[in-house]
Design a protein around this ligand. Structure first.
Ligand code: PGA
Length: 262
């Protein structure tokens, strides 16, 4: 695990965006796993800028989104389909047929989920999985108590997550209760994971994920078992980490060949 602390969310997002851009330059048909939420917005903005100003080419890239609300169609303004087109896909040259997002209107959830897993396999697996984190430690919508080996499936949101996400809806009761999410086992099969966390509200979840025990009650702690996982966090999200000085020491003492392009 590598914990990269930057003063601001913008700085952390710029670094993570560079890493993704490099992956795509090195492997033009890279497969990306993508999240929604407030957290990845500065990173998506930066990817759009790199596409427009530095010609980063998404024409052979494939994407798989982590999750979607059940019951919301792609046109619904709060659907993750809508979010992804508004905030990223409409502004880059990824072909529509390379975009995969769970279908919130599917009539057969288990069959859809099996097909989603199969499609990831058929594409050769996910090269980089980007992740946000919930204040309860969820990644994707794998709520606390999710099996650490879970696959894409239906989940019931916790009242805590419904409350956190109510800001995007008219009111709390408009937030769907159910979602389709990639599982923790699905995420763990990606070749590389990048988790972003910003702000004080994420500090406790970050502390438990990085320095607490591996535990189904803190789903992001499963990343302790991933051999290439990096957390890009701001100073507030790092504020409860006990060993933050060590993580900063590691980052400032990287050998030249390991340093990030800025
Ligand atoms: P946020 O959501 O980025 O809007 O904070 C993160 C999450 O719930 O995974």
């Amino acid at each position: 695990m590598e914990i990269i602390v930057q003063e601001t969310a913008e700085q952390a997002s710029m670094l993570a965006a560079r890493l993704i851009a490099k992956t795509i330059s090195d492997k033009p048909d890279a497969v990306l796993g993508l999240p929604t939420g407030s957290t990845p917005l500065p990173l998506y903005k930066e990817l759009i800028r790199i596409h427009k100003e530095e010609n980063l080419d998404f024409s052979s890239v494939t994407s798989f989104n982590l999750d979607e609300y059940l019951g919301l169609g792609p046109e619904h303004p709060q659907s993750y389909h809508h979010f992804m087109y508004e905030n990223l896909f409409n502004h880059i040259n990824i072909p529509a047929e390379n975009i995969n997002i769970p279908d919130g209107l599917t009539e057969n959830v288990p069959s859809f989920c099996n097909g989603y897993e199969q499609k990831i396999k058929d594409k050769g697996g996910i090269d980089i999985q980007l992740l946000g984190i919930g204040s309860d430690g969820h990644i994707g919508f794998n709520e606390p108590s999710s099996s650490l080996t879970s696959r894409t499936r239906i989940k019931t949101l916790t009242p805590n997550t419904i409350k956190d996400n109510a800001r995007f809806f008219e009111n709390e009761s408009a937030v769907p209760r159910h979602v389709i999410t990639m599982g923790l086992g699905t995420v763990m099969e990606s070749r590389e994971c990048i988790l972003l966390a910003f702000g004080e509200a994420k500090a406790e979840a970050v502390r438990q994920s990085v320095e607490g025990p591996l535990c189904a009650m803190v789903p992001a702690s499963v990343l302790q078992m991933h051999n290439r996982s990096r957390f890009f966090i701001d100073a507030e999200a790092a504020s409860k980490l006990e060993k933050v000085e060590y993580y900063n020491w590691v980052f400032s003492n990287k050998p030249a060949w390991q340093q990030f392009e800025k």
